[in-house]
Design a protein around this ligand. Structure first.
Ligand SMILES: [Fe+2]
Length: 287
């Protein structure tokens, strides 16, 4: 019996991530690869860089916004937090981490309402270099350093965290994304940039530490420059407020936020308004 695929919103809720297939066509991907190559040096939100209207038929389309609403929630919140990424040099796998910040709550009893989306603009179904997730890890604490274990145990002692939140899950997934697909993951989901896909056992997913030491002859190559567009999206919630405050005050991204402010006149607010998407930090940006 063929198992019916769960709707993306349910899959995301249960597993902490989802892969939305065929969001953009191959023509759109060609445009987006050009957009990334032309604009990656600009340290600002992607919509502010769209001087040639390359994003109109993809990242500003009704289809895109509707998928986000159906998957994340109706009352979307955007806070001009997006980036482009080109990676030709770094071939190492990363380490498991989470994107959530300012989050002190127990992941098993509370919800986190900030999501990252990633468009990996090349094939990672048949090649290496995509993103690796741990399924259902958005309900678990990431305890991969002594410091994190120490702080988490302190919380446990205060009875803030359930013991179950400490018990890790081990189902690693090398997301089989193709150009045109969108990956959505919760800020709490444990993930790692850049997996290695094995030549002969392409569905075999290893821990990133093992990926890192695989000899080249066993793994599939990356056949194109690795181009990615990331965005952060949220729903109105205290976890989103904490995350946005963290981002805006992040010292290393000071110029990102000041560029957003000076370029805000180029933001396509009319299209966001038409789609009933709330823009957070509006007053901050217009000051
Ligand atoms: Fe990340």
């Amino acid at each position: 019996m063929i198992e019916e695929k769960k709707p993306n919103n349910i899959f995301l809720n249960e597993n902490g991530y989802c892969l939305v297939k065929n969001v953009f066509s191959s023509e759109e991907i060609t445009k987006l690869r050009k957009f990334v190559l032309d604009n990656h040096h600009k340290n600002q939100d992607i919509y502010l860089s769209d001087t040639k209207d390359l994003l109109k038929s993809n990242f500003l389309s009704d289809k895109f916004f509707n998928i986000l609403k159906e998957t994340i929630g109706e009352e979307l919140l955007y806070f001009l937090d997006s980036s482009t990424f080109i990676d030709k040099i770094q071939k190492k796998t990363g380490i498991f981490h989470i994107d959530a910040r300012g989050d002190e709550e127990d992941p098993i009893t509370t919800e986190y309402k900030v999501w990252r989306i990633g468009f990996y603009l090349q094939d990672h179904k048949n090649n290496s270099g995509g993103i690796k997730m741990i399924e259902k890890s958005h309900k678990k604490l990431l305890t991969n350093s002594i410091k994190k274990i120490y702080y988490s145990l302190k919380k446990l002692k205060k009875k803030n965290y359930k013991l179950k939140s400490f018990i890790p899950t081990f189902k690693y997934i090398n997301i089989p994304s193709e150009a045109g697909d969108m990956i959505i993951w919760n800020g709490r989901t444990h993930h790692c940039g850049r997996f290695k896909r094995l030549k002969n056992f392409e569905k075999f997913n290893l821990h990133p530490l093992l990926d890192r030491y695989l000899p080249d002859f066993l793994v599939r190559e990356e056949t194109q420059d690795r181009l990615v567009i990331f965005q952060n999206w949220a729903l109105k919630h205290s976890s989103a407020t904490n995350y946005i405050n963290y981002r805006i005050n992040q010292k290393s991204d000071e110029s990102y936020w000041s560029n957003n402010k000076t370029q805000y006149k180029n933001f396509p607010k009319d299209i966001f308004d038409k789609n009933n998407i709330l823009i957070e930090n509006h007053s901050y940006l217009e000051k």
